[in-house]
Design a protein. Structure first.
Ligand SMILES: Nc1nc2c(c(=O)[nH]1)N[C@H]1C(S)=C(S)[C@@H](COP(=O)(O)OP(=O)(O)OC[C@H]3O[C@@H](n4cnc5c(N)ncnc54)[C@H](O)[C@@H]3O)O[C@H]1N2
Ligand code: MOO
Length: 448
């Protein structure tokens, strides 16, 4: 059970989300809309297809003019011209055929298209023949795509809240839209606190460490489809932090900080929050202890930007694994809400697995531990506990990405993390064979 001084993770996330509103929708050109959330219900402004056209390269004709055509008894028709794609053909005189290309407008009077393969002509680029012999009788409508058969003007096409991927955007283009109302990508600025932080790759003086959290947060922001609006570093003073936060808020819809939220004598966020009249006048922060491990100390509030906007602020603990876990649980759903995803909620376990190794965890805090998928141990642990809802498909096996198991500082093994395994607050870790839930981690898009 969570300790009475700590709040359950879901409650903290719900409270954080309740303080946010989706970003205002803006008119966006379709070529800029990929990855955004649609903010209007769309109906078709054009029929699809916009006009009746041919589904094949061949000859447009009246079906009745070739009735009875067969391999052994071809029907011969004169060819009156070409109907290339991209132009309106002349009407088709009765008793004639017109050469037509796939997608070209069907001439008025025609009601069927015979494929070139079903004539005496060979496929490909050739001069227009004077006549053709047809080897198969066409039915009315053969190889004809009727105007509006895919969708009529006014038909509902897409609902507000749809994530605009490649397929959705192509559908919008096909029904006549060049721009749509969509919510912009949330811009996220990062502020890392800590006098010990130096640029990655620099040699370290005693007490210094590479700033890995700024890059972790920048990448996670992008992997969630949001726009990274830059990282700043603040020294461990309330003045410096207040300056960095107000600067960060200028070009951001959300500011995320790492570090400085626990019980240290120099934790700058707690110092800033304690001095609301001074440098903190434009920054409001409240803190919470959340029953999760890692990620127990959390903060949230807002910053009054120069233009008067109240920019939401999420303050994550500084330990790198705490940043990953807090981002997944708190920041990712916050970004989904700002971006306009209709069902932005706390990250939910998506699947289950079995622990391939033992690891320890704290009773009273729900554990989120980075894991990777491994092969089944040999021999299998015995007894193998059944999943709570009985047997199901065989579960994958996972182990902590670091040989030390749980540790919020174990950043060097994070590159192997495929998911967060969740162990409930009543346990003190996992034994081999235990069933755990998995929360997927954001990941960079993989080329196919
Ligand atoms: N007396 C107590 N001490 C601590 C408590 C507590 O309840 N009582 N909670 C612990 C827990 S849990 C956590 S989590 C941390 C959170 O600390 P802070 O958020 O104040 O973070 P820092 O002290 O600034 O840093 C913690 C750790 O992470 C490293 N760090 C910080 N920023 C970065 C960065 N940008 N890149 C890489 N690594 C970073 C920093 O060097 C520290 O090692 O507090 C515990 N203490
Ligand atoms: O909660 Mo801290 O994030 O355990 O290490």
């Amino acid at each position: 059970m969570p300790s009475p001084t700590m709040i359950p993770p879901e409650r903290y996330v719900d409270e954080a989300l309740a303080a946010l509103r989706p970003l205002g929708a803006i008119t966006t050109r379709l070529e800029d809309a990929h990855g955004l959330v649609l903010a209007e219900d769309v109906t078709a402004a054009l029929p699809v297809p916009p006009w009746t056209n041919s589904a094949m390269d061949g000859y447009a004709l009246r079906a009745e003019d070739a009735a009875g055509a067969a391999e052994q008894a071809p029907v011969v028709l004169p060819v009156s011209g070409d109907a290339p794609a991209g132009s309106a053909p002349a009407p088709l005189a009765p008793g004639t055929a017109m050469r037509i290309m796939t997608g070209a407008m069907l001439p008025e009077g025609a009601d069927a298209v015979v494929r070139v393969e079903d004539t005496d002509q060979s496929p490909g680029p050739h001069p227009l023949p004077g006549r053709i012999a047809i080897h198969a009788a066409p039915a009315i409508g053969l190889n004809v795509r009727r105007a509006g058969e895919g969708c009529a003007v006014g038909d509902p096409v897409m609902r507000a809240g749809t994530l605009l991927g490649a397929t959705a955007i192509s559908a919008l283009a096909s029904v006549g839209r060049g721009e749509v109302l969509a919510r912009p990508r949330p811009r996220v600025a990062v502020v890392s606190t800590g006098a010990e932080l130096v640029d990655p790759g620099r040699s370290l003086a005693p007490g210094e460490i590479p700033d890995s959290n700024s890059l972790l947060l920048a990448g996670l922001v992008r992997e969630c489809g949001a726009a990274f609006a830059g990282a700043r570093r603040s020294a461990d003073t309330a003045e410096d932090l207040a300056r960095a936060l107000v600067e960060a808020a200028q070009d951001a819809d959300l500011v995320v900080t790492s570090g400085g939220v626990s019980a240290g004598a120099f934790d700058p966020l707690t110092m800033l929050a304690a001095r609301p009249a001074g440098p903190g006048a434009r920054v409001r922060i409240g803190f919470a202890k959340v029953a999760m491990q890692p990620g127990k100390p959390q903060g949230r509030g807002d910053i009054v930007a120069d233009d008067g906007r109240e920019v939401p602020l999420l303050c994550l603990p500084g330990n790198p694994v705490s940043v990953l876990v807090s981002f997944t649980l708190v920041v990712a759903p916050a970004l989904a809400l700002l971006a306009g995803h209709p069902r932005a909620t706390a990250a939910a376990p998506a699947s289950r697995a079995r622990a391939a190794a033992a690891w320890t965890g704290p009773r009273g805090r729900r554990q989120y531990i980075p894991v990777r998928v491994v092969g089944a141990p040999d021999p299998l642990p015995e007894p193998l506990p059944a999943p709570p809802d009985g047997t199901g498909p065989a579960l994958p096996w996972v182990e902590p990405t670091h040989r030390l198991g749980s540790g919020s500082h174990l950043v060097s093994s994070l590159g192997a993390a495929q998911a967060l395994a969740v162990v409930d607050e009543g346990s003190t870790g996992a034994r081999p064979g235990d069933v755990v839930s998995l929360i997927p981690l954001p990941s960079p898009a993989r080329p196919h």
